[in-house]
Design a binder for this molecule. Structure first.
Ligand SMILES: Nc1ncnc2c1ncn2[C@@H]1O[C@H](COP(=O)(O)OP(=O)(O)OP(=O)(O)O)[C@@H](O)[C@H]1O
Length: 322
């Protein structure tokens, strides 16, 4: 459904001047440098998949999305959406795509929310019955009823995001690009938005590419994650595969019934980090040793009263790949 082959985007950036009147001199200067925002990335996304597209600030995520949506033209390489070029067949591709940029709204700020849907429906050429059906379905799905008559500028951020998601879905596109749909939301609003995104993928069968800095979004929603770093693709696979690749150890805190005698090491895959009276802090490499084996070895140090195990969290794993 989405095929990206050797995609590259370079920007020409002005080299800033230093010293007196640097602002004006930079404006007048003709010195440029080439910035490789996206370098030779390839991936394909089949219909119905929910893919997280992540990377640190400035990694090239928005630049990629803009090329996928036909807003930017690649320096080299190709993008195909159902076999079509987003840049050359922009209109046909626009019918297949819904795009949301969480930091900006595509709704009309001073108009009631419903009026924005009317304008968008006219732009997409929806006939009156189709428009009624689509707005009815999306109002129910995204719980928009309470604020359809409210001007967009008066909506809470969570309401505005729901209205923007509805706007992206109005023409019933097959593919959705969501760029930071949970940015700035409180925990409850985030949970709600995640619920809607899950429904849009699972119940409406839409293909979703999600960009976010919130790793809970990725962990809770995406079956696959693509990581981009300094413009280059650094990982493409499932979350368990990413955990396996980074292989961070499991942390264990063990409390014994009596004080533990200091010991340097028990096994290569089981590191003892600290012993404090009756408590031992250890890490276990789960690639090399099961939790049961670790427990058996820890039992050789004394009678265990309590044990607390902490799997590496997804944020730490991602931090290692960035
Ligand atoms: N129009 C432009 N002209 C020049 N450089 C640009 C332009 N757009 C983006 N860049 C540069 O390309 C790089 C990638 O930017 P991009 O916005 O794609 O990153 P991002 O991964 O979306 O970052 P963030 O998470 O901060 O939104 C950055 O170094 C950015 O400064």
């Amino acid at each position: 459904m989405i095929t990206v082959s050797n995609l590259t985007k370079q920007f020409r950036q002005t080299v800033p001047k230093e010293g007196r009147f640097s602002g004006i001199r930079t404006l007048l200067a003709r010195d440029y440098r080439i910035k490789n925002a996206v370098t030779d990335i390839s991936f394909s996304i089949p219909k119905g998949e929910f893919v997280g597209y992540i990377g640190p600030n400035g990694a090239g995520k928005s630049t990629t999305i803009k090329m996928l949506a036909g807003i930017l033209h690649p320096t080299s390489g190709t993008v195909r959406i159902d076999g079509l070029s987003p840049h050359r067949q922009r209109r046909a591709v626009a019918r297949k795509l819904g795009v949301l940029f969480g930091q900006r709204t595509q709704l009309w700020w001073d108009l009631p929310t419903a009026d924005s849907f009317d304008i968008l429906a006219a732009m997409y050429g929806l006939d009156p019955q189709r428009k009624k059906d689509r707005i009815g379905l999306l109002t129910e799905l995204l719980e928009l009823n309470a604020f359809m008559a409210t001007p967009v500028r008066k909506l809470s951020l969570g309401q505005r995001m729901r209205a923007d998601i509805a706007a992206a879905l109005l023409h019933d596109p097959e593919i959705l690009f969501f760029d930071e749909p949970t940015i700035g939301l409180d925990v409850t609003a985030k949970k709600n938005i995640r619920g809607f995104l899950r429904q849009i993928n699972r119940e409406l069968g839409k293909t979703i590419l999600l960009t976010t800095h919130d790793m809970d979004d990725i962990e809770q929603l995406c079956s696959r994650v693509i990581v981009i770093n300094e413009g280059a693709l650094s990982f493409d696979g499932t979350i368990p595969e990413l955990r396996h690749r980074i292989g961070l150890p499991t942390r264990m805190s063990v409390t014994y019934k009596s004080e533990v005698v200091a010991i340097a090491s028990i096994h290569d895959a089981l590191n003892i980090h600290a012993i404090d009276g009756r408590t031992v802090l250890a890490t276990c490499n789960r690639e090399k040793m099961s939790a049961m084996e670790a427990l058996r070895l820890l039992e050789t140090l004394g009678e265990i009263e309590d044990i607390h195990m902490e799997e590496p969290n997804f944020e730490d794993i991602v931090h290692h790949i960035y």
